[in-house]
Design a protein around this ligand. Structure first.
Ligand SMILES: O=P(O)(O)O[C@@H]1C[C@H](O)[C@@H](CO)O1
Ligand SMILES: Nc1nc2[nH]cnc2c(=O)[nH]1
Length: 294
């Protein structure tokens, strides 16, 4: 029985979904890629694909936001078995954080070791330009400060410890690797590093809120990723986050432009191909490195 305010998913729920998927596919993914708004194309580079609609997977939430296809795609990137989430879940859709992060624990139980998360965010750092790709160096869990935290409730030791450290949530090695990959692909000019802040949404920021976030040290702001990263880190996955800067957040009352979701999706479309190349090369490099280190 679940009590108010605790996780709505039991270990048996996670196990049932994992076993269902393992029975439906012979893929055994080592890498999971969560594709944010408009970035489902990241799965296109995979070979030997097998796709499931979220609505057909037991206990899986469904996507309700344009730009989130709502499909789980298994496939190979060179020799690495991967699983791609084409669309993820948000607090603003009305999902609990337990539902938002449900797939992460499924990945863990399936044998995934590395999770790459992509998303769209608004640039706060004045140096950032629209179309920049920000390697997430660290994050601020703003809803977490107010008790909206995916690890609230009884701790399940089968996944991780009660008080996990988050000081190294975003793998330093992987961040370095993205910089190398950026040089190789000739796109270092628009690869940045910074701090991502999660807000619940669904509205974009007021100018006063944006100014507050800037004072707090946020380089970009979005409505996702932090719950997934927190749960992934709790259960021992390596994590890398990439955020596409789709708009500049208004910090000035005299600025007339207003951000909208269509514009966000437009920029994602423009950068999806290069992001796909980065993700593909990164996964290949990780595979080579693990071969070299074993
Ligand atoms: O789902 P992500 O975080 O990639 O997308 C951001 C946040 C909202 O879902 C959407 C607003 O345009 O973009
Ligand atoms: N909160 C928030 N999320 C975004 N996602 C894409 N752009 C933005 C933005 O400016 N603010």
């Amino acid at each position: 029985m679940h009590t108010k305010g605790t996780c709505c998913c039991s270990f048996e729920d996670y196990k049932l979904t994992t076993e269902w998927l393992l029975n439906q596919t012979s893929h055994r993914p080592k890498v999971a890629v969560i594709c944010g708004s408009g970035l489902g194309l990241l799965a296109d580079g995979a070979a030997n694909k097998q796709t499931f609609k979220y609505q057909d997977i037991p206990h899986f939430p469904v996507s309700t936001v344009p730009g989130h296809e709502g499909r789980l795609v298994f496939g190979m990137i060179e020799d690495t078995p991967c699983v791609f989430m084409q669309g993820h879940f948000h607090l603003y859709e009305g999902y609990s954080l337990c539902q938002v992060t449900f797939p992460v624990r499924i990945f863990k139980l399936m044998g995934v070791e590395l999770m790459l998360v992509t998303n769209a965010s608004g640039g706060i750092c004045p140096d950032f330009k629209v179309g920049d790709i920000m390697i997430i160096k660290d994050h601020i869990n703003l809803p977490g400060f107010a008790g909206q935290h995916p690890l609230c409730g009884p701790n399940d030791e089968r996944f991780g410890i009660r008080f996990p450290s988050m000081s190294d949530a975003h793998s330093k090695d992987l961040r370095g690797l993205v910089l190398d990959v950026g040089v190789e692909l000739g796109c270092s000019d628009f690869i940045r590093e910074g701090v991502y802040c999660m807000v619940s949404g669904p509205n974009f920021e007021t100018i006063a809120e944006a100014r507050m976030l800037q004072v707090l040290g946020c380089d970009s702001v979005g409505m996702s990723m932090v719950p997934e990263v927190t749960v992934a880190k709790h259960c021992g996955l390596r994590v890398l986050g990439l955020s596409l800067i789709t708009n500049k957040v208004s910090l000035d009352y005299s600025r007339e432009e207003k951000v909208n979701h269509e514009e966000v999706l437009e920029i994602c479309k423009m950068r999806a191909e290069v992001l796909q190349k980065i993700v593909t090369k990164l996964i290949t490099r990780c595979q080579q490195q693990s071969i070299n280190t074993h």
